[in-house]
Design a protein around this ligand. Sequence first.
Ligand SMILES: [Zn+2]
Length: 167
Amino acid sequence: MKLLPIRRLPDPVLKRPTRQMTRLDRSIHALIDALIATMHHYPRCVGLAAPQAGSSLRVAVMDSSRHPKTIRSQGLIVLINPRIVANEGALIQREGCLSIPDFTGNVRRATEVVVAALDQTGAHRQWRLEGFEAVIAQHEIDHLDGILFLDRVINPATDVFRRTSYG
Ligand SMILES: [Zn+2]
């Protein structure tokens, strides 16, 4: 499987809202497979959205299962045309992003979300996600709306950090 090159800030594709997918054809499945393979290639990568690979389709993948922060995980989730239909609570967590490799930042997110989307078979699904997985889903759906975590840091002067370790 060929890995997708990751687009980085300030690539304009990262700021462009994506468009809803109307059908799932072979090229979409190939994109989804490549997103999954690319996410899994990076040891601490827990989610990847199509704009990060230069595509403006509304699809993202996530998988928190290999990350040390994970307590409970629903494993690999493919989100096609996702939207958040309910959210609850608030937490602040340090986030990073392959598209912004040199920085991390503190972002406020809901602690629990319900995400409605199509899965890779085209079936309508809802996922109730908590904690770390809820944060990942919010981060990835933001990507699909052209929003990066840097747009959401609580205070740009005190809540953005230069990354000291990669991995
Ligand atoms: Zn990201």
